[in-house]
Design a protein around this ligand. Sequence first.
Ligand code: DGL
Length: 282
Amino acid sequence: MRRDFVGVFDSGYGGLTVLRALIHEFPHEKFVYFGDNAHAPYGSRSVADVQRLAFTSLDILAQAGAKALVVACNTACAAALPHIIERYQVGMHIPVVDVVAPTARALAAATTSGTVGVIATDVTIRQHTYQDALKALNPHLSITAVACPEFVPLIEAGRIAGSDVDSIVARSLSPIAAAHVDSLALGCTHYPLLIDAIAGFVGDGVRIVDASPTAQVLRDVLGEHALLAEDMKQGVTTFVTSADPTEFRARAQAFLGLDVPPVYSSSFFAAECVGQENDEMG
Ligand code: DGL
C-alpha cells in the first residue's frame, strides 16, 4: 500500500499543540490528526484501558496508510510506548516518534539550578515516566512531579481562560511553586493550551518547556528512513475525531488559530480510508 502521511495521535485536543509545531516545521508534509475525544481524558484511566484505546486509534492510522506515527499523547506513551513500538515500528515498519523523550531532554537542557518540575496526568506521574527519563539524562536533578487531573477535562470542555481556570491552575501548581523549580515541563500535550494561566502563576523566573522539540525528532526519523515529503508538494492536514466532528472543528480552529477543513468522524474515516490491508496488522 501507499504510505504517504504522518499520523499524529492524541486522546483529544492536546496533540494539536504538537501538530502546530509539526505543520510549521514541515510545510510540505501530509498529516492526519486523530483525536480520540470520545474517550478523553485518558489520564485518569487504568493503564490497560489507555493501551487498548491507543491501539484502537493507532490501528486506524496505520491501516489507513501512515508512513510514520507521532504519539502526541504523553499518557499513551506512559502506558504503552514499548508495546506501540513493538506493534507498529517492529511489526509493520512504521517509525514511531514519542513526545516524552524530546520534552524530558528540553527540560534537562533548560535547568541551571537542577531543580525542575513536571506536570502531567495521573497515569504519566504514576508510571514515573518523566522521573525515569529525567534521571536517565541527569541523575542529580531534583524533580517535583505533580499530577493535574483537573486540567484536561477543562480543556476538552473548551475552557482555557478565566478566573475559575486561574484558581484551578494555582491550586494544582502549589507544590511546583513550593519546590522553587527553575524549569517546568508540560508533560501533557493539552497543557500548552493553558499556557497563559500556567505562566502567569509560575512567573517569569521559571522556564517552561513542552513537546514542540518533537518536530526535530520527526525530521531526523523521516530523513533517516527517506520518508520526507518532496519540496514541491503543498502540505495538507486531515482531522479525525471519535467524537462530534462539528464541535471538534470549531474547537480546533479556536485552539490552533488555523482554518480547519471539515473533520472526519473516526468511523467514517476508518470505513473510507482503511482498505484491504487489515492482514498487515499483527
Ligand atoms: N494529551 C495527553 C497527554 O499528553 C492526554 C491527556 C488526557 O487525555 O488525559 O498526556
